[in-house]
Design a protein around this ligand. Structure first.
Ligand code: ADP
Ligand code: MG
Length: 434
């Protein structure tokens, strides 16, 4: 049915809009009468929701849907890249079916900054002498910070240096699915041969192995076979091995045998460099001040950063205007409009829930250690996510002085620079806010 929906929608919008937003949507299925659609980034999701909800609903009704309900789901890790803007080379399309490597994810396209230089150096070392430098190499870091990119880069580099070596890239999810299928179809020997005969095994998002006993068991044997034969293993995860709960101890200890290295969020200069590299790769020309503007306002992760750039380019082309800082600000304005959608009360509640406190404890005068940091966090988030002024926030917290609020916000900002735990907590609270 999705193809029919697309055909219908196509009549009512321009080709540019169609190519920008609709080609990348993947129908996922219908659940309880709700059509689920996969979108590559949360920006695309927001944009489509905001601008095309009616268009899609109308198409669904036209095609006879009872209730035209749909939901957009971000499918991260979907290597589909945006590529409509110019005669730029098509990124990310040609994947080698054998090794499942994405052609965009190379060392040349990887910007090295203080946030990822260790992981990058380790990856280069491994690519130069697979099986001999660090084995396994374990790379961890938050979503969209370049783990998958780096793994693929090693794959490409090894493939060109040592053409005879067999390379296999696999997500933990696919590994699990293939394993289940092999068990069902009685093809375990094939499955084992396949993964135990490679020279370089790249396993992405290994944290998903948590709690899957059978997969852990099988992976344990795969790991041993490869390791003993001196083959290279690279693993990625959103957290270090010690934080992957319900992971068999023998696997955890093996993950820690080689080198564990992390990727952090990129700082401003690195974000600018990544944007420039991205634009160059796509053959788009953009004034420097626009890169700087986007890099300043989008700090969450690199996927969002690239998504924002894409959005600015799409916005400019849809409106037939040159890309400038003003245009960028307008294109990204609904990202910031999101600010006003939160009420201070709501943020306070989310923070209280997260820390297991009551809202009146957060507002009140208590100086207990357990409430001081959460209170500062609440002030910080209210400042970030609403238009409230410092005196207003002070008022909200039982009539505190605005300098107290300022102090709290500065405290949190300072702590955020190097406290990854706090960074994670803030992210979790924001997710609660939705
Ligand atoms: P992760 O696997 O950590 O979630 P990805 O490797 O999928 O993140 O990276 C998300 C996006 O950001 C990809 O498009 C990737 O090419 C890009 N990216 C990440 N790190 C860098 C970097 N250092 N330089 C250039 N692009 C990067
Ligand atoms: Mg990834």
């Amino acid at each position: 049915i999705w193809q029919n929906v697309l055909d219908y929608i196509r009549q009512s919008i321009t080709d540019v809009e169609y190519n920008t937003w609709f080609v990348k949507i993947r129908p996922l299925g219908v659940y309880n009468g709700v059509l689920e659609l996969g979108v590559p980034t949360s920006f695309a999701g927001e944009w489509i929701k905001k601008h095309y909800t009616e268009t899609i609903q109308e198409a669904l009704l036209h095609l006879g849907a009872q209730t035209p309900r749909f939901e957009l789901k971000v499918i991260p890790g979907n290597p589909v890249q945006e590529d409509i803007f110019s005669a730029a080379p098509e990124p990310g399309k040609s994947t080698d079916p054998r090794s499942r490597l994405n052609s965009k994810y190379t060392f040349e396209n990887f910007v090295v900054g203080p946030n990822n230089s260790m992981a990058h150096a380790a990856a280069v070392a491994v690519a130069e002498s697979p099986g001999k430098a660090y084995n396994p190499l374990f790379i961890y870091g938050g979503v969209g910070l370049g783990k998958t990119h780096l793994m693929h880069a090693v794959g490409h580099s090894v493939a060109s240096r040592f053409p005879q070596l067999k390379i296999e890239y696999i997500s933990t999810e696919t590994f699990t699915n293939e394993l289940i299928e092999a068990i069902q179809k009685d093809r375990m020997t094939e499955f084992r041969d396949r993964y135990r005969s490679v020279d370089l095994l790249l396993v992405d998002d290994i944290q998903f192995i948590a709690g899957k006993e059978r997969t852990q068991e099988e992976f344990f044997h795969t790991f041993n076979a490869l390791y003993e034969a001196g083959k290279q293993i690279i693993l990625s995860s959103d957290r270090p091995p010690k934080d992957i709960l319900t992971l068999a101890a023998r696997l955890r200890s093996r993950f820690e045998w080689g080198l564990i290295t992390d990727i952090q969020s990129p700082e401003l200069e690195t974000r600018v460099a990544i944007l420039k590299m991205n634009a160059e790769y796509r053959g788009i020309r953009i004034p420097d001040e626009v890169f700087e503007y986007i890099a300043k306002v989008v700090t969450s992760n690199i996927r969002e950063l690239e998504g924002s750039l894409m959005r600015v380019v799409a916005y400019a082309s849809l409106n037939g205007v040159e890309i400038s800082k003003q245009v960028a600000a307008r294109a990204l304005s609904d990202v910031f409009m999101a600010k006003a959608e939160y009420a201070p009360e709501e943020i306070l509640r989310a923070v209280a829930e997260f820390y297991g406190l009551r809202t009146d404890e957060l507002k009140g005068a208590g100086r207990r250690k357990e409430v001081v940091l959460p209170r500062q966090v609440a002030m910080y988030l209210i400042r970030e996510l609403t238009h409230s002024s410092l005196p207003e926030i002070g008022q909200f917290f039982d009539g505190r002085d605005h300098t107290t609020v300022l102090y709290a916000i500065q405290k949190v900002q300072e702590a955020l620079d190097n406290d990854t735990n706090l960074q994670q907590n803030l992210r979790a609270i924001r997710e609660r806010l939705g």
